[in-house]
Design a protein around this ligand. Structure first.
Ligand SMILES: [Zn+2]
Length: 243
């Protein structure tokens, strides 16, 4: 299998995992940088993530447009991916989602911060991007390159940026890590909100975030997690044939 075919297959698995783990609903999208040409990236046509197949994966250029054009309907927020790949050479994958547990933290005056060691990978300081500050009254969708560049600026060198009244975007050095960040962002948000209802919350210290991220924040630090999620959504590798 070529590198491109392998990346396309991995991206299908990522779509299915994020749908099955309830990071995505009918909306949301995940992309991966082209394994050979870093100016391009792979992203599905406008299909709900739980139904994405290999034939739905299109190639996109730096301008956020399909390479060679396409007759398929496309995600209107595909510029998010293009802007982040352009600004962050280290990024290999991008997830954009509207995960319910995360949404309150996009509109309340409480920062989303790691409370769990497995969630240290989301980063200690998660910026909140308010589209209204720069663009006034909009429909809150990131449908233009200028919107996406502003969002990518807010992300900075981090892995997650929250988007007011909308959702979040996550970026990482591998597809596996981007998926893990997106999933544990939601788990952390749920735990943090539940803990806040009980009393004063003890967050991870900056040193704990750094130490836990050093262990868990590298690509494929925990390959068994991806394998488990893939199996849960029905895309596990077939068992080896017994001799
Ligand atoms: Zn969105």
């Amino acid at each position: 299998m070529s590198e491109l075919a392998a990346r396309r297959r991995e991206l299908v698995v990522a779509n299915r995992i994020l749908a099955h783990e309830n990071v995505f609903d009918s909306y949301g999208h995940v992309s991966a940088r082209h394994p050979v040409d870093p100016r391009q990236f792979l992203l599905a046509a406008s299909v709900s993530p739980g139904q994405v197949g290999e034939a739905d994966i299109l190639l996109y250029g730096e301008d956020g447009e399909a390479v060679g054009g396409t007759t398929r309907a496309q995600y209107s927020e595909r510029f998010i991916h293009a802007a982040i790949y352009a600004q962050r050479p280290d990024v290999q994958a991008v997830v954009h989602a509207h995960t319910p547990a995360v949404l309150p933290f996009t509109v309340a005056p409480v920062p989303l911060r790691p409370v769990l060691h497995v969630a240290a990978i989301i980063g200690e300081h998660i910026p909140l991007w308010d589209m209204h500050a720069e663009f006034g009254d909009t429909d809150l969708l990131v449908t233009a390159p200028a919107h996406a560049a502003s969002l990518a600026n807010a992300l900075g060198n981090g892995r997650v940026v929250l988007m007011r009244g909308h959702g979040f975007t996550a970026a990482a050095g591998s597809l596996e890590l981007a998926v893990r960040v997106a999933i544990y962002l939601g788990i952390n948000a749920q735990a943090q909100a539940a803990a806040m209802a009980l009393g004063e919350v003890r967050y991870l210290s900056p040193g704990e975030v750094a130490a836990a991220d050093a262990r868990m924040g590298s690509p494929r630090a925990t390959g068994r997690v991806w394998d488990n999620w893939a199996q849960r959504c029905g895309l596990a590798k077939p068992l080896p044939v017994q001799a």
